[in-house]
Design a protein around this ligand. Structure first.
Ligand SMILES: Nc1ncnc2c1ncn2[C@@H]1O[C@H](COP(=O)(O)OP(=O)(O)OP(=O)(O)O)[C@@H](O)[C@H]1O
Ligand SMILES: [Mg+2]
Length: 292
């Protein structure tokens, strides 16, 4: 497997990165070791202030480690000459779409990233069209960005990163400000990218968004305290609680059912899977018809 991102003993303290004499924060990242392989889908969970956004920013060289190092496809994020190549390999979409829109016209906004990478105009055209189609906003390419809803702006922000053709995309709470429909749209775009082989990293406070990941990382006080597939992580209720988190809704119901003697298996993590499993069980027991 190819490693896209590797962090080795990564530490980070705010303040020091700007050659100041004194740090302005405690250690926000503390000796983090992490390897992310090509095509993996990763979810990062952790309570407020645990270091998730700081980690994300270190992974695409928006922040430079104050200890240890980060390598993106072998390129050290601390070396200035690697910055363009790193940022076109690992893109980030943030929480607030308003802060990510830079131009007044949709297609100009999406073109901004690739223009900064010095990509030829003809190629930029193709990339912008493709990215806008991917997020379902091609018809709106000539519109003013001021006239868009929050969900549409977030999709434009995603298109802007997509147009840089990154190998890996980080979504730092990119669904947090959206309504349920907007959230679902963004999650669907992520799933589609994942199916196309892109490496995706999702930072979220919505536990149910973690159940389909290949790996779930839990952060606490600047450390990664767990890194396992979702079915393993969410079978460790104690660990999840200690990290200041809750179990996803379907797993809470699963556990309640188990306490009442219904043997729901570990692999059941989402609502649909739970409903399907319960229906199949009922059918097996000969109770397939609807009861009032
Ligand atoms: N620019 C900054 N200067 C100083 N300290 C900062 C700065 N940004 C973040 N911090 C501190 O670093 C710690 C980690 O912040 P970070 O934003 O990485 O957490 P997070 O896990 O993303 O939290 P949230 O879930 O609230 O987004 C916090 O204690 C925060 O106060
Ligand atoms: Mg954050």
């Amino acid at each position: 497997m190819n490693t896209v991102i590797r962090a080795e003993g990564l530490s980070f303290v705010y303040g020091w990165e700007k050659d100041r004499e004194h740090p302005v924060s405690e250690k926000v990242l503390d000796q983090v070791d992490l390897a992310i392989e090509e095509g993996q889908s990763i979810v990062i969970l952790g309570e407020n202030g645990s270091g998730k956004s700081t980690l994300a920013r270190c992974l695409n060289a928006l922040l430079c480690p104050t200890g240890g190092r980060v390598l993106v496809r072998g390129m050290d994020t601390a070396e200035e000459q690697n910055l363009y190549a790193i940022r076109s390999t690992v893109g980030i979409v943030f929480q607030n779409p308003d802060n990510q829109i830079v131009s007044s016209i949709v297609e100009e906004d999406v073109a901004f990233g690739p223009e900064n990478l010095g990509i030829p105009t003809e190629e930029i055209r193709l990339r912008v069209d493709r990215a806008l189609k991917d997020v379902g906003l091609y018809e709106m390419r000539g519109r003013s960005t001021y006239q868009l809803s929050g969900g549409q702006k977030q999709r434009i922000a995603i298109a802007g990163v997509l147009a840089m053709r990154p190998a890996c995309m980080i979504f730092d709470e990119s669904t947090a400000m959206l309504d349920p429909r907007g959230r679902k749209d963004v999650l669907n775009i992520m799933e589609q990218l994942r199916a196309e082989g892109m490496t995706t990293i999702l930072i979220t406070h919505f536990m149910e968004e973690a159940v389909r990941a290949d790996r779930v990382l839990i952060m606490k006080k600047g450390k990664i305290i767990a890194d396992e597939p979702p079915e393993k992580i969410f079978s460790r209720e104690e660990l999840v609680r200690e990290a200041g988190l809750e179990l996803p809704p379907a797993i809470r119901i699963r556990n309640l059912l188990r306490r009442n003697g219904v043997p729901v298996p570990d692999r059941i993590l989402g609502m649909e899977a739970l409903a399907d499993w319960l229906c199949a069980r009922k059918k097996d027991a000969g109770g397939g018809s609807h009861e009032d």
